[in-house]
Design a protein. Structure first.
Length: 89
């Protein structure tokens, strides 16, 4: 009888632990798709304009590659290459 009670009670905590975890990623994905991705796309476009405008100075300073990475490639990678809802790079 005790074994049956233990066997029945084990799935309940696992279902309770999974319910909030299943809701959070959906919320993160929706916020990422509706808010973060459009903002990151706008950042990528603004970064490209700033990069082109600052390119003569970057070439003189020797850091054109670093400026491209920070202003264009980084935001583009965060916009298009990371998984939907992910918070890491």
């Amino acid at each position: 009888m005790a074994a049956l009670a233990i066997w029945i009670s084990q799935p309940l905590p696992s279902f309770a632990a999974q319910a909030p975890a299943q809701r959070a990623p959906a919320l993160y994905m929706a916020a990422d798709a509706l808010v973060a991705r459009p903002l990151l796309l706008a950042m990528t476009m603004v970064g490209a304009v700033v990069y082109v405008g600052s390119l003569p100075f970057s070439l003189i300073g020797g850091n054109a590659g670093q400026a491209a990475e920070v202003l264009v490639a980084g935001p583009a990678r965060m916009t298009f290459a990371r998984c939907l809802g992910c918070t890491h790079n």
